[in-house]
Design a protein around this ligand. Structure first.
Ligand SMILES: C[S@@+](CC[C@H](N)C(=O)[O-])C[C@H]1O[C@@H](n2cnc3c(N)ncnc32)[C@H](O)[C@@H]1O
Length: 383
């Protein structure tokens, strides 16, 4: 990739082009960046490169002559790359635009200054105007650096294998998931457990969910064009549902903390230990646990008579009366799991508004299960 930058202030760009990853890329010959000082091409005897705007108005305008001559001196007549003017009026630079530009053999970048550039220079030597965002800079040099830096990352060999560009924000069409490095605990803040567990599939699923959640919260418009599969769409539906559940719990004054769903995997085993008499546990485990996750095991234990069910009538009141302290709330249909520091704060009305629910006290010794639809009914189990 060859890049020529036409500017009145080459010194502004030099330090950035010599440092870090960009500097290494230039040094290793993966990129060639040439700085062209427009002032070297002015025919004005005072070396001026700007003048007052016709029609009046504040500031100065960069003259056409030095720019057009500088381009003519540095670009061959059959130049096959893209000639870009950095300008707040241009197409916004996005990762897609960066990918497009990275596909060019050569780029010529024009940096404006003052009030801008004589339109005739733009008409003569520019293919496209590109903006780095909806704000106005004093000059195009910072814009050119931003563009060069973003394009450089996509030039093969510029990033080492440990600095891959494939998984970044925008490359996947989504914002990137949170990253962590050692130590695992920093001033009381711990790294999410799933990242320490070594289960690659779980880690991928967690990262994808985090990306989807961040994108949904911060840049929902990106989801319209991001490549999503059925699992992503199901996860998005779950995240939207999580938002609604969070709002409902907050409105009911119930403090909560959302937990990783995989933490519910341990429930069925704990239920069997808590509810089934010792002499029947082995048999219950064999009948209820294989292949079943979360509530499936409990449901099986209820329906197969391993667990005493306290009936459907005032089951809620019976369950709530025995509650003390923290509990966990699981919504089986939505795949959502919460820790409730004060489980007793959840009223029956608020719980019913959530659809199917499983509520368990922290020790999993009292459980309330409410299922709607074909399996309608409510049960309380306790030991
Ligand atoms: C003060 S600005 C001129 C702004 C111009 N009068 C206008 O309103 O469009 C000076 C130069 O900074 C550069 N510049 C300013 N904002 C930019 C942005 N958002 N993206 C890229 N270049 C920008 C352009 O090269 C521009 O010629």
């Amino acid at each position: 990739m060859r890049i020529k930058v036409f500017t009145l202030f080459p010194d502004m760009l030099r330090p950035m082009l010599e440092a870090s990853i960009l500097g290494r890329a230039v040094e290793r010959g993966l990129m060639a960046v040439e700085l062209v000082n427009i002032r070297d091409y002015t025919l004005d005897r005072h070396r001026r490169t700007d003048d007052y705007p016709f029609g009046g108005g504040a500031g100065m305008v960069m003259s056409a002559q030095p720019i057009v001559d500088a381009f003519a001196a540095h670009l061959p007549p059959d130049f096959r790359g893209r000639r870009v003017y950095l300008s707040p009026r241009g197409r916004t630079l996005t990762q897609r635009v960066v990918e497009e530009l990275a596909g060019e053999e050569e780029l010529a970048l024009l940096c404006g200054h003052y009030e801008g550039v004589d339109q005739r220079a733009l008409d003569a030597v520019i293919d496209e105007e590109i903006s780095i965002g909806d704000y106005v800079l004093t000059g195009g040099e910072l814009g050119a650096l931003v563009l060069i830096d973003a394009v450089a990352r996509l030039v093969p060999g510029v990033l080492g294998s440990d600095e891959s560009s494939e998984d970044e924000s925008f490359s996947t069409g989504l914002l990137e998931y949170p990253q962590y490095t050692r130590p695992a605990a920093f001033r009381g803040a711990e790294v999410p457990g799933v990242l320490l567990g070594g289960n690659h599939a779980d880690i991928l699923a967690w990262r994808r969910e985090q990306s989807l959640a961040l994108t949904l919260a911060r840049r929902p418009e990106l989801l319209e064009s991001a490549p999503l599969d059925d699992a992503d769409r199901a996860m998005l539906a779950r995240l939207k549902r999580a938002e609604a559940v969070g709002a409902a719990l907050a409105a009911a004054g119930v403090p909560f903390e959302r937990l990783e769903l995989r933490l519910a995997d341990r429930w069925p085993r704990e239920w069997i230990e808590a509810f089934v008499p010792a002499e029947r546990r082995k048999e219950a485990r064999k009948q209820c646990l294989p292949g079943r996750r979360h509530v499936g095991g409990l449901w099986q234990a209820f329906t197969m008579g391993y667990v005493p069910a306290a009936g459907t009538g005032d089951a809620w009141a019976a369950w709530r009366d025995g509650l003390s302290g923290a509990g966990e709330l699981y919504l089986p249909k939505d795949g959502l799991l919460y820790r409730l520091p004060d489980a007793g704060a959840l009223t029956q009305e608020a719980a019913e508004g959530l659809g199917d629910v499983v509520l368990a006290d922290a020790a999993r010794r009292r459980t309330f299960l409410r299922a709607t639809g074909r399996r309608a009914g409510a049960w309380v189990a306790q030991v």
